[in-house]
Design a protein around this ligand. Structure first.
Ligand code: FE2
Length: 359
C-alpha cells in the first residue's frame, strides 16, 4: 500500500485521522483511516442477518441503532485513539436504504457537532472503488462493482467516475441471494467469500442451459433468475442449475467488463463490492484481465464487502481535497449515482491521461 503513488498531490506529510461510518444496507461499520501507515487503523462492523427473506430496512436500521455504540467504541479501541484525536467525521450518505442511511447520518452529524469537527460526505459506491485502489495500488482502473444492490462497470474520467455499463434490472448479488433463498440453500455466504450458489455449483455436472442476456454494455439478470427457478421446479438437479446459473451470471459480467476494458483502454481491472469476495468470480475476471495484459486486483474479503474503513479512507481523500458538508445540508440520498459525486483527488489523472484512452 502506497497511497502517494495512487493519489499524488495530496498533502501526505500532514498527520490526519478520519473516522468513517457505513450504514447503507445490512452492515453498520466504523473505520478509521490515516495519512500515515498502516493507513487503515480500524475496521469494526456488525452485519444484520434477517431470519428469513431479504433485508427489512426498518429492522436493519433498528439493529444498527442498537450496535452503533459498541462498534464505535471498538473502532476507537482498535486504532488506539480517543474521539478528540479525530480530524473529521465521514459518512456514507448514499446510495442505500433510507432508514439505514439515516442511522449513520444521524450518528455522524452528532459526532461532528459534539467534537466540533468537519463532516465529510461519502458516496458508498466510490468508497468501494477507493479502498480497492488503496489495497491494490491501482492508479486508473476499470472498475467492476458487484454487490447485492449494484452491478456496474465504471472508470474515472474528467472529475468523476462514470458508468460504462450496468444491470438493467436486478444486481448480481441480489440474483444469487434470491436464488439461494428460494432454492433453500441459504445462508448466502458459506465461507471465505464462497457464495452458496458457488458451493452448490461444485456438485453440478451438466450445466442447465439458461438465458444469457447482454445488451450492448449492459447485463440483465431478472430473466435468468426466473428461468433458474423454473428449472428447479421442473426437477432439474440443484447442482446443475447452480452450475448453469453461475456460469451465465459471471460470464455476462465478465463480458461487459471486457467491453469496458476495450472501450476505455485502461490497463488495470479492479473488482469490488460484496460479490468480489467470490473466489470463482475473481478467477474468471482475472483470466479476462490477463488476456488483455491488464493488471487485476480485488480487495481482501473484509474490505470487499460493506465496511467502515472504506468510508473513512474515501473521507480522508475528500477531506484532504477540501470536501466537507454543512450539517444542515447533509441529507441522505437513497439513489446517489457515482457520476453525481465529484472526486477532486483524482484530478491529476486528467493531466496524466495516456493517449490510449478515448474519453
Ligand atoms: Fe456496498
Amino acid at each position: 500500500m502506497n497511497p502517494e503513488r495512487v493519489y499524488p498531490g495530496l498533502p501526505w506529510d500532514r498527520e490526519v485521522y478520519v473516522l468513517g461510518i457505513e450504514s447503507t444496507a445490512h452492515t453498520f461499520g466504523v473505520g478509521i483511516a490515516s495519512t500515515k501507515p498502516p493507513y487503515i487503523l480500524a475496521n469494526a462492523r456488525r452485519a444484520y442477518r434477517p431470519e428469513k427473506g431479504g433485508i427489512h430496512p426498518r429492522e436493519s436500521a433498528s439493529f444498527m441503532a442498537r450496535v452503533a455504540p459498541e462498534v464505535l467504541r471498538e473502532a476507537l479501541g482498535e486504532a488506539g485513539l480517543s474521539p478528540r484525536d479525530i480530524d473529521a467525521v465521514a459518512v456514507a450518505l448514499g446510495p442505500g436504504l433510507g432508514p439505514c442511511l439515516r442511522i449513520g447520518a444521524t450518528i455522524a452529524r452528532g459526532l461532528a457537532v459534539y467534537l466540533d469537527k468537519p463532516l465529510v460526505p461519502v458516496n458508498h459506491a466510490v468508497a468501494h472503488i477507493e479502498i480497492g485502489r488503496l489495497t491494490g495500488g491501482m492508479r486508473d482502473p476499470l472498475v467492476v462493482y458487484v454487490s447485492g444492490g449494484n452491478t456496474m462497470i465504471a472508470a474515472y474520467a474528467k472529475g468523476r467516475y462514470r458508468v460504462f455499463g450496468e444491470t438493467l434490472d436486478i444486481a448480481l448479488g441480489n440474483l444469487l441471494d434470491t436464488f439461494a433463498r428460494e432454492a433453500g440453500i441459504a445462508p448466502p455466504y458459506v465461507k471465505e467469500g464462497l457464495h452458496a450458489v458457488d458451493k452448490c455449483a461444485l456438485e453440478g455436472v451438466e450445466p442447465v442451459p439458461l438465458p444469457y442476456v447482454v445488451k450492448g454494455q449492459d447485463v440483465s439478470y431478472s430473466g435468468l433468475l426466473t428461468a433458474a427457478l423454473r428449472a428447479l421446479e421442473r426437477g432439474e438437479r440443484l447442482g446443475d442449475v447452480c452450475l448453469g446459473l453461475r456460469e451465465v451470471a459471471y460470464g455476462a459480467v465478465v463480458e461487459v467488463a471486457e467491453r469496458g476494458l476495450a472501450h476505455t483502454g485502461k490497463r488495470e481491472v479492479l473488482l469490488v463490492g460484496g460479490v468480489a469476495a467470490s473466489p470463482v468470480l475473481r478467477e474468471k475476471m482475472e483470466a479476462m484481465a490477463r488476456l488483455h495484459d491488464a493488471r487485476f486486483h480485488a480487495p481482501p474479503p473484509p474490505l470487499a464487502g460493506d465496511n467502515g474503513a472504506m468510508i473513512a479512507w474515501t473521507g480522508l481523500l475528500a477531506y484532504l481535497s477540501g470536501v466537507t458538508i454543512r450539517v444542515e445540508e447533509s441529507r441522505v440520498r437513497q439513489r446517489w449515482r457515482i457520476e453525481d459525486y465529484p472526486t477532486p483527488w483524482n484530478r491529476w489523472l486528467d493531466e496524466a491521461r495516456p493517449a490510449a484512452s478515448n474519453d
